[in-house]
Design a protein around this ligand. Structure first.
Ligand code: C5P
Length: 292
């Protein structure tokens, strides 16, 4: 069985404060992309075996695909150790704010559930997804969706209009806890907690595209400001950092414009790729296996 695990960007991300559990209260709009990892599931196998095209990815219980197997196995009341093989073909860069690990985790929940015919319903998979990480539930639904609470209270929205997306990958990653810690530090130091970078006139015209984590991350990595400006200068309707970074995206109306901008970024020494937004009917894991 083969499943696609689609990447996401955050079209908007508002940080509304710190919760009593230490997480941050969010209001974010997620958007699936055509860019995806691929997961192949197979059995039988004595115990669990995970392989991955990227040698940097851990293949043991630190991998969310492994954790998902244990959760599905236990939730289904099976005894002994879970048995199965998963092969991950990675295309989504790690620590990029594109949800690569979380997308794989959501695909694994759906994949193991199908492979073992454990029959867990969508609602139960959503609960398990929350246990794996705040971003994971979005990937079960995919498409365009509002995320509240820790970002794990998902409200699917109508698919946003299709757009071309240029992703720019800086030569460093940002860890999620680190980005939120920087937001905490800056909101203690600065007069307006979580205040946004001044909105560009273009971004207002293009709708709500902003990211409250962008200012604290840009303060530590000023190259991101340069990337954002280069994207805007190359014709992006709007550009912003996704999630906790470090990837910066620009939105374009046509493939041609996106490719031209990508060429300009490459000329300036940045690595990137052109993709497009993906609707729920293509990226939604629950929809794919008929669970919604
Ligand atoms: O849920 P997940 O384990 O992926 O989140 C990683 C870390 O990111 C958390 O431990 C927390 O430090 C931070 N985080 C947060 N508020 C959120 C989501 C994540 O502070 N809403």
């Amino acid at each position: 069985m083969i499943l696609r695990a689609h990447a996401k960007i955050n079209l908007s991300l508002a940080v509304r404060g710190v919760r009593s559990d230490g997480y941050h209260e969010l209001r974010t709009v997620f958007q699936s992309l055509a860019l995806h990892d691929t997961l192949r599931f197979a059995e039988p196998h004595a115990g669990l075996a995970i392989t991955c095209s990227d040698p940097a990815v851990p293949l043991d219980e630190r991998n969310l695909v492994w954790k998902a197997a244990q959760l599905v196995w236990e939730a289904a009341g099976r005894s002994g150790e879970p048995c199965g093989r998963a092969r991950i073909t990675k295309r989504i860069p790690a620590q990029g704010g594109l949800g690569g690990g979380s997308a794989d985790a959501a695909a694994a929940l759906v994949g193991w559930n199908r492979l073992w015919a454990t029959g867990l319903p969508a609602q139960r998979l959503c609960q398990l997804a929350r246990a794996l990480g705040a971003d994971v539930p979005f990937f079960l639904h995919a498409g365009t969706a509002l995320g509240l609470g820790r970002g794990d209270d998902i409200h699917p929205l109508d698919d946003a209009p299709s757009r071309w997306v240029v992703l720019v990958f800086p030569p460093f990653g940002v860890s999620t806890p680190e980005a939120f810690r920087w937001w905490d530090e800056d909101s203690r130091r600065l007069p307006a907690p979580g205040s946004r970078l001044p909105a560009e006139p273009e971004s207002q015209a293009a709708g709500e595209v902003f990211n409250d984590l962008e200012a604290p991350v840009c303060r530590r990595h000023p190259e991101l400001v340069e990337i954002r400006r280069t994207l805007e200068g190359a014709g992006a309707a709007v550009a912003a950092m996704t999630g906790s970074g470090s990837t910066v995206f620009g939105l374009f109306g046509t493939r041609r414009a996106a490719r031209a901008a990508s060429g300009r970024l490459a000329g300036a020494g940045w690595t990137g790729l052109v993709t497009r937004t993906s609707p729920r009917s293509r990226a939604g894991l629950l929809e794919h296996v008929g669970l919604v």
